[in-house]
Design a protein around this ligand. Structure first.
Ligand code: ZN
Length: 411
């Protein structure tokens, strides 16, 4: 992508009303645009990051047998009323043209919709187990839409639901989902802690949250510095300085961002929505279920919160919008154009700063702000040595690399 063609631009200053680092940097870098409080557009650079995160999520969900589908945003009253979740405050409601009152809610969770779908296909124990997921925008009428993309009113989410014939089968899948979740966050450059938590407003049982340490997090957890065992303060009997219940490690109190959560809801929605299966003897039982969520936009924001410096974002390689930020400086015009073509032809992702109305200082500042892993500069000085100057985003020192070595080294 040529920066001269990109319709968005970087901003020197963050908007005054954005206090969160993630929103400040994502807006300044041209990744997102704030449309309303808690409502953002993903601009071309931001969407590339989102798509990379989504592909990692897909790979990990597919690896444990998840099947992708896409359910409607408009969820009719008939789905939510039987489970008592129609009139919850979290809903944004919509009215059909002939309706006296709201008949749809903008989907904020899809247990009901998928349970009804499943009830049309599941009849026998032989039809179980299975898990299905979608990546979709969700809507929640948050009273306090703040913290940038950490808490939105419209936000992208991966939600998966699993269906089983026994508690034991659900428990086994639940453990596999923990591994898949840990993999997702690790591949996105985050160290997450699987944290025992309460049910929140949606379920009565214990659940697990995936927490990433950050001072801006809304959650407080007690974390063992020895084995990584963690509990959310909301349910924990631990306190700062305690000995870990799993090992002899020391427990510390930490602020954290919840990037994912998983919970078992058992037969709750199956019973209310008629999802039953027949066992080997022909007896009917409600299907046993679990739900597994990851906030995609929140995940991107968490990476920005935990991986930045005073100059901008430092993207982990796997989810960076581009691998290389190529900068053309005076005397390097021809050579940088040629290098851009070569790298692009070989399928290497390059953001090419070919703008001729920006100073070297402005271009370097934009490269740091946007945060691609490798900066490559082509100038009169480097061309004379048939080389390019490279610098990794998270390091200070630069290297002089022969032009052909750069291309072969990226493959
Ligand atoms: Zn421990």
């Amino acid at each position: 992508m040529r920066l001269s063609q990109l319709f968005t631009k970087t901003l020197k200053e963050a908007p005054a009303d954005e206090l969160a680092i993630n929103a400040q940097l994502l807006i300044r870098g041209g990744f997102v645009f704030k449309n309303s409080a808690g409502v953002y557009s993903y601009l071309p650079l931001g969407l590339r990051v989102i798509q990379k995160i989504n592909n990692i999520v897909r790979e990990e969900m597919n690896a444990i047998g998840g099947q992708e589908l896409l359910m409607p945003t408009l969820v009719e009253k008939k789905y939510m009323e039987p489970t008592g979740r129609w009139n919850l405050d979290v809903g944004f409601f919509a009215k059909g043209i002939n309706d006296q009152e709201a008949s749809f809610v903008m989907g904020w969770s899809h247990e009901e919709v998928l349970t009804v779908i499943a009830s049309k296909f599941v009849s026998s124990y032989k039809d179980l187990p299975f898990a299905a997921y979608q990546i979709q925008n969700k809507f929640r009428n948050e009273a306090r839409a703040k913290s940038g993309l950490l808490r939105g009113r419209e936000f992208m989410m991966k939600d998966m639901y699993s269906f089983h014939s026994s508690d034991a089968d659900l428990a086994a899948f639940y453990e596999r989902s923990k591994e898949a979740y840990t993999n997702v966050f690790e591949r996105c450059g985050l160290r997450s802690y699987c944290t025992l938590a309460g049910g929140g407003v949606f379920t009565e049982n214990f659940t697990h949250e995936f927490q990433v340490l950050s001072e801006v997090g809304e959650d407080t957890i007690f974390l063992c510095t020895g084995c990584g065992y963690a509990e959310n303060i909301e349910i924990s009997k631990l306190k700062d300085g305690d000995t870990c219940p799993k090992c002899n490690g020391k427990v510390v109190e930490k602020k954290a961002i919840e990037v994912g959560n998983i919970f078992k809801y058992g037969p709750k929605y199956s019973e209310k929505l008629g999802l039953y299966y027949k066992d080997e003897n022909g007896a009917d039982h409600p299907v046993i279920s679990g739900a597994y969520g990851i906030g995609i936009g929140r995940l991107m924001a968490t990476v920005v919160e935990t991986s930045n410096d005073k100059d901008g974002i430092i993207w982990p390689e796997n989810i960076a919008p581009y691998k290389i930020h190529l900068i053309m400086l005076p005397g390097g015009e021809e050579a940088s154009q040629k290098l851009y073509r070569e790298l692009s032809e070989k399928g290497i992702e390059v953001l090419f700063d070919d703008r001729d109305d920006k100073t070297a200082g402005e271009k370097f500042a934009d490269a740091d702000l946007i945060g691609c892993p490798l900066r490559v500069v082509v100038s009169k000085k480097t061309v004379e040595k048939n080389s390019v100057e490279t610098k990794e985003r998270n390091k200070k020192e630069t290297d002089l690399v022969p032009m052909d070595k750069l291309v072969s080294g990226m493959l």
